[in-house]
Structure formats: C-alpha cells, structure tokens
Design a protein around this ligand. Structure first.
Ligand code: ACO
Length: 330
C-alpha cells in the first residue's frame, strides 16, 4: 500500500483582545504579581468577551491557517477540534465550526484529551493522510477556560486563559521533505483525579447542588500535576528520539505544553536543551490547554524562529491524565 507523508501547510492563531493581568488578579484574590511570575512565569491571560464561544475563536484561527495553506474551507476533508471547553455538549464544536467556516460535508469531530488534545489531533490527522484516505485536514486547539475557573480560588484562577490555534495538514508532494517523524501517545486514568471539572456530564448533571458546591469549576492538585507533567513530557521526548534514532542536537525546537514556566524549564533540562531552543509563550497567555502548543507553533513560524526543514518536537500533558510527543520536520 502506498504510504503518504503529511505536511503542515499553514497555521493560524487567535487570542481575544481583552487581557487580565497579574495586577488585575491582585485585586480579586490574595496573590501578587511577584508570586505568580516567580511560580508560573505567567503575566497575562486573554479572556473571550461574553457571547463569544470556543467555535468563534476556532474560526478566527482556522481562517488564518487556511489562508496560509492557500486552501479554501471547501477543500477540507476533515475537521478536528481539540477542546475541553466546547460550545456545548452536543453538537460538537467541530460541526459548529464546519458551518461557520462554510466547509462542505466532511467528517467533523471533537477530541477531548485536555492539554494533549492538539498532539492527539495532529496524530489522528496524520494517520488519515498516511493511508491516503484524506488530503486536507484542519486540526484546531481551542479553549475558553476562564468560564470554568473560580475567580475566588487563587490556586487556579491565576493559571488559565482563552485562545485558539489551527493547523492545516496536507498530503506532502514528492519534492517537499516535510513529514511527521512519529508520535507517542499515552493516557493514565489511574490518576484522573488530579485535574477535574466534575459538573455538566451524566455523572453530575446541572442542578442547584452544582452551584452550591462550586462543581462547575476546575479542581486540581497542583503540586502532584507538576511532578507528573515533568515526568510524562520528558519521557515522551525520550521516546521520540529513541524511536527515530535521533539525538537531542538533531531537534531544532521543542514546544512543550505551556502550563508553567518551571515545568517547561525542567523538561528542557531533562532533554539537555538550552532554553533558546524552547518556544515559550506562556507569559502573555497563561495555560490555554489544547491551544497552547499550536498557538506557540504558529507564533514561532510567523516570527521566523521555525523555518522549513527544522525538526520540531511537541510534547504535552493534560487532564486524564493524557500525555505524548510528536516530532515533525516543518
Ligand atoms: N498566590 C499566592 N500564593 C499562592 C497562590 C497564589 N496565586 N496559589 C497558591 N499559593 C500558596 C499556597 O497556598 C501555598 O501556601 P502554604 O505554603 O502556606 O500552604 C504556597 O503558595 C505554595 O503552594 P504550592 O502549591 O506548593 O506552590 P507551587 O510552587 O507548587 O505552585 C502551582 C503552585 C503554580 C499551581 C504549580 O504547582 C503548578 O503550576 N502546577 C501545575 C498546574 C497545572 O499545570 N494545571 C493544569 C494541568 S492540566 C492542563 O494543563 C489542562
């Protein structure tokens, strides 16, 4: 069977205009700009205005990615939206996006893998391209997390923001040497209690109890997550190198999930990479879950850091817990 290669033909990202600074948060909870910067590296997060939905952020990012790829929405064979903050449980956000984009009747589905969602999505898209089943696939990471955050709880409210990023994956031509080397995906449900949003599903449908007990907000065990994030993202980077018989020096850029600057630094140290080779965008946007990696990738492509031919290693960790890496030649 012919095996095809996939290539990122275009990327795009979108951050809502409204920003919440550490100084704004100082007025809301007992915290300080100095504490937040030292412990997380975050200075701002962007917040979607009321009435703006996850699919609206996704639409902006998707249009930019399609422009860059010089493709029309009607060229898409599949739309994947990685998100844990969909517009609603049903229909999925990918179908809503398909309609807003003006795409044709094509497969459209959401991926729920939290912060690893974009890496899961890119892997799924790559498989459809490798087999020859589809040619052009839109993979989006989009979140409006601030609506699931309790702004009375300082441990969580300082971390999260809203954003969307999108990539168009296409079948590479023979003369194009871009490819996805490999991806290595994991999930460990035994520690799924580390980061949860309990309400709104079939286990705890909305009721007065949800509001009384604040179950509509995210709950996390921050210190535990920190340890597992470093371990799983580091391991996934090792797997990528070993599988492809590459050395750390062969990788031009690492893009870890942007949850905490200290987590990113620990992963870089494990990898033996100087921070100059790591794409870090956390200061301006905080943790935007499935959107962080694709937004960082898009920014680094647009400002010229990442160029065609560069090897780029994506590594992520998220609720579930899910984790993984994906190595690509841009
Ligand atoms: N301002 C000031 N003090 C604070 C704040 C705050 N915003 N938050 C917590 N503190 C206090 C704590 O109460 C604690 O006080 P105590 O010592 O009197 O008990 C002290 O600071 C230290 O708390 P730690 O939890 O040990 O702080 P740590 O250095 O671990 O930083 C943090 C906390 C930022 C949450 C860190 O553990 C972290 O980033 N963890 C990962 C979180 C994460 O990535 N979550 C999402 C993962 S999944 C996904 O990305 C979707």
């Amino acid at each position: 069977m012919t095996q095809y290669r996939s290539r990122i033909a275009g990327t795009g990202s979108f951050l809502p205009e409204k920003r919440l600074s550490n100084h704004d948060l100082e007025k809301m909870v007992e915290t300080s700009d100095a504490w937040i910067v030292e412990r997380t590296g975050i200075r701002y997060r962007h917040l979607a205005e009321d009435g703006v939905n996850t699919s609206d952020l996704a639409l902006q990012a998707a249009r930019k990615a399609l422009d860059e790829a010089k493709l029309a929405p009607t060229d898409l064979d599949m739309i994947l939206v990685a998100t844990v903050s969909p517009d609603m449980p049903m229909p999925n956000t990918a179908c809503i996006l398909q309609h807003k984009l003006g795409a044709r009747d094509c497969m459209a589905v959401d991926i729920s893998a939290a912060c690893t969602g974009f890496v899961y999505g890119l892997t799924i898209a790559d498989q459809f391209i490798r087999t020859g089943m589809y040619k052009n696939i839109l993979v989006v990471g989009a979140e409006i997390l601030h609506r699931y955050v309790n702004y009375k709880e300082r441990e969580t409210c300082i971390l999260f923001g809203d954003a969307a990023g999108a990539a168009v994956l296409t079948r590479a031509k023979d003369n194009e040497d871009s490819k996805i080397w490999s991806s290595h995906l994991h999930a460990d449900g035994t520690i799924s209690d580390l980061f949860v949003l309990q309400a709104g599903g079939s286990a705890i449908p909305f009721s007065q109890r949800v509001l009384d007990e604040n179950l509509q907000y995210v709950k996390m065990k921050g210190r535990e997550i920190f340890k597992h994030a470093v371990r799983t993202m580091s391991n996934a980077c090792d797997e990528a190198l070993a599988h492809n018989d590459l050395k750390a020096e062969d990788v031009n850029w690492i893009i870890p999930h942007q949850a905490n600057l200290r987590i990113i630094e620990a992963v870089a140290k494990h990898f033996g990479a100087p921070m100059e080779k790591v794409v870090v965008e956390i200061a301006e946007m905080g943790n935007t879950s499935a959107a962080t990696i694709i937004v960082a990738l898009d920014k680094a492509i647009r400002d010229g850091r990442i160029q065609r031919g560069h090897n780029v290693l994506l590594t992520a960790f998220g609720a579930g817990i899910t984790s993984g890496s994906l190595l690509l030649r841009y």
